[in-house]
Design a protein around this ligand. Structure first.
Ligand code: SF4
Length: 734
């Protein structure tokens, strides 16, 4: 059990009442920082961070990414909401991240509460705590943050002075496992939703808080599009499946729908991206070039829940890149989306941006790229200016058969053609991403990955005449997700996944002509089973999460922190009286008639359409494929009529004009006194002039900025970054 709240903290809890000025906790925190790993991550003061006057605002949000700073800071969703909220008069938003165990222990010892990195204000003082879950493996970190903040873990134990705790992100499409710990969940796009919630909180406060906390939650549930779990009763059948989910208050909808933003051009965020002080997993300016995906990959929750496709126009993308680079000094632009090469004007975007930034050392990158959408133009433009970022393709399945099952719709020949283009364009290495444990998968489907990797190397050698060609095969365990056609599927047990991966490793090493050219990275099957429990769990799973956390579970997305044995043990104990177990939630196939824990949460997809697609995937005569509705007639998945939306795609036929003031004075200035002795990054910053943080953007504890060098005249944010490596591992949630 975590320690009880010390007396000093109980006193502090009263002091954090909204009617009393809120002080920075930095004076308490600062003496602890020299004692922990990478203290700079807690310092705040990044370029473009915002610290508003507390008393001039009447609605205050703490925004949390429940992982370490190095993973959380680049999160695009959080940065967008941070800007959208801070642009509003009378509204402030600050960020908070999970603290590592070394600082957690010291914070408990010295009564320092969970704090924001912007103003170092105690999280409990805010009106709202919005937590963005990209992965369910952050659930134990939520409990740590609540406990450190001295916010009761159970939502029903919270009082009027506690923040409203809201979950968002993809995991919020089934928040039932954490229903006990949150006050509400917001499904879908957050931009408009946070403003609607802010307006309701403001009017509720102005009206004298009618109905107290419950009154506000009722307004959020009935008028704010927020799912409030406590307003729904869940009953269970004798066979342990859900019997019914029924609203228990008048005015609460039977089904809660996701939010969908249309016309992305009118939401050009982030405009002032945060520049990290410490090392992070991505250090670039990312522009979301479209949202949603209708490719129809049956395993892909992100694609299903973000439909329909909404493109940002080429001109809006150009403006965002121009403003974002000027505001940040980043030298890489990531063109972000679920399948960026599918933008209707991706070639024009890549060509025109490369033209605009020719000679400036600004590079372009795409995240994982569809095999069948990569082309010679993209290859050329992504490598212009002498920079080649990594190329990742995701065939997902090793054989043509399994790719049909998952509706990936790319063949082995497509892949060979694509990697040949990449190798011929100068890349020496590509990364290929696969999954193991897919429905209907056999040993042969997985072993086919080895043969495919060998063909890839062979194609690269033939295209270039070189032998230093490499490819890295990266494999993750498949987890069936809510709101996808595979939501009914039995998850593959971890013993089978591990056996297949072992056999694959041996097959890759067997042929000495290729063995050294192929890298092999994989996770064993156990973390996927826990992710499966949390993804498709119901409210009974909360007991498991709490037990794991009380047993010391933290940072479950990190291999060095994750303990399958702990989860297995806690699940056995916590679920014993419920008539269910770990296997019931994971490796059990569901039937059409079973009420799924998320059936009352509406992602817009017709349940029957999902069911038919599931049946099509497992058809013994061969899986039927479904094309992309961007290029075929609508196949009536249900999203557009349900959400009142439609596909928004180009082409617009427009092009980006050259920028008038893009020039690289760096080369000429490199030999000047005061510049020539600096390192590359420092020199470039000095010459090109990163904007200085405004005085009111400095953290309240100025020692933070002083310690890092950030904000000091002439010292770049890049130069102030910590030099130590990430916390000994890579988060799977990244
Ligand atoms: S409703 Fe039709 S057009 Fe809209 S996303 Fe579904 S299939 Fe595509």
């Amino acid at each position: 059990m975590p320690p009880a709240a010390p007396a000093a903290l109980v006193t502090a809890r009263r002091r954090y009442s909204v009617t009393v000025p809120v002080q920075s906790v930095y004076p308490l925190l600062e003496p602890l920082l020299p004692l922990v790993r990478k203290p700079i991550q807690y310092a705040g003061g990044e370029l473009n961070c915002v610290v508003k006057d507390w008393d001039s605002c009447d609605v205050r949000w703490a925004l949390m990414y429940p992982d370490a700073y190095e993973v959380g800071l680049p999160n695009q969703g959080l940065q967008i909401l941070y800007e959208v909220l801070n642009e509003q008069d009378g509204v402030l938003a600050e960020r908070t991240y999970s603290v590592w165990q070394d600082l957690e222990a010291l914070m408990r010892e010295h009564s320092v509460p969970q704090f924001t990195v912007d103003g170092h204000r105690p999280v409990r003082a805010f009106d709202l705590l919005g937590v963005s879950f990209a992965t369910e493996l952050g659930y134990t970190n939520l409990l740590t943050a609540l406990d450190l903040a001295r916010i009761p873990l159970a939502a029903t134990d919270r009082g009027d002075d506690d923040p409203i705790v809201l979950a968002g992100g993809h995991a919020a499409f089934n928040p039932e496992p954490i229903a006990e710990f949150i006050d509400g969940a917001v499904l879908g796009d957050g931009e408009e939703a946070v403003l609607a919630i802010t307006a309701l909180v403001r009017s509720w406060k102005a009206a004298g808080r009618p109905g107290g906390r419950d009154g506000l939650l009722l307004q959020l549930a009935s008028r704010g599009g927020v799912y409030v779990p406590r307003f729904y009763d869940v009953s269970y059948r004798p066979d342990a499946a859900i019997g019914a989910v029924v609203p228990n208050r008048p005015g609460v909808p039977r089904s809660v729908a996701k939010h969908t933003v249309t016309d992305l051009d009118s939401w050009p965020y982030p405009a002032r991206p945060l520049v990290p002080l410490a090392e992070t997993v991505h250090e670039r300016f990312s522009v979301e070039i479209f949202r949603g995906c209708t490719r129809g990959c049956r395993f892909c929750q992100a694609g299903m829940i973000t439909r329909p496709v909404r493109e940002r126009s080429i001109t809006a993308i150009g403006s965002m890149v121009e403003a974002g680079l000027a505001a940040s000094g980043f030298s890489e632009v990531g063109l972000l989306s679920l399948s960026s090469a599918d933008h209707s004007e991706i070639n024009e975007i890549a060509v025109d941006l490369a033209d605009r930034y020719e000679g400036t050392n600004t590079g372009l990158s795409l995240p994982s790229t569809r095999v069948d959408a990569f082309n010679v133009t993209l290859a050329n433009e992504l490598s212009r200016n002498g920079r080649r970022s990594g190329l990742t393709f995701a065939p997902e399945g090793g054989s043509d058969r399994i790719r049909k099952v998952i509706n990936k719709m790319v063949t082995e020949d497509d892949l060979i053609k694509t990697v040949t283009t990449a190798y011929a364009s100068g890349w020496r290495q590509v990364k290929l991403y696969f999954m193991c444990g897919l429905p209907t998968e056999t040993d042969e489907d997985v072993l086919a990955i080895a043969a495919l990797a060998r063909r890839v190397i062979q194609a690269g050698r033939e295209a270039t005449g070189r032998h230093d060609i490499r490819c890295t095969v990266s494999i993750g365990g498949f987890v069936p997700k809510p709101h996808t056609p595979f939501q009914w599927a039995a998850q593959c047990d971890h013993e089978t996944v591990d056996a297949r991966l072992k056999a694959l490793g041996a097959a890759m090493r067997a042929d000495r002509r290729y063995g050294k050219a192929i890298g092999f990275r994989y996770h064993d099957g156990k973390p996927s089973i826990v992710e499966g429990l949390l993804s498709r769990g119901d409210r009974r799973v909360a007991k498991v999460i709490r037990a794991v956390w009380e047993d010391g579970g933290r940072f479950d997305g990190w291999s060095e922190s994750f303990s399958f044995e702990r989860w297995e043990k806690c699940a056995a104990v916590a679920l014993a009286a419920e008539g269910v177990d770990l296997a019931w939630y994971t490796t059990r196939e569901r039937g059409y008639d079973e009420i799924l824990p998320w059936d009352h949460l509406d992602a817009g997809l017709e349940r029957d359409w999902l069911w038919q697609d599931w049946l099509a995937s497992i058809d013994l005569s061969g899986a039927a494929e479904v094309d992309d509705c961007r290029w075929t007639p609508c196949f009536e998945c249900g999203v557009c009529p349900a959400m009142g939306t439609e596909i928004e795609t180009g082409p617009t036929g427009k092009r980006l004009l050259p920028l008038s003031v893009v020039q690289d004075g760096f080369s000429e200035a490199r030999d000047l006194p005061g510049i020539k002795d600096l390192s590359g990054d420092q020199a470039r910053s000095r010459v090109e002039g990163f904007p200085e943080p405004r005085e009111d953007f400095r953290p309240e504890g100025d020692a933070a900025a002083d310690a890092t060098g950030a904000g000091a005249p002439g010292v770049s944010a890049a130069a102030a970054r910590g030099a130590s490596s990430p916390g000994g591992g890579v988060s799977r949630g990244a």
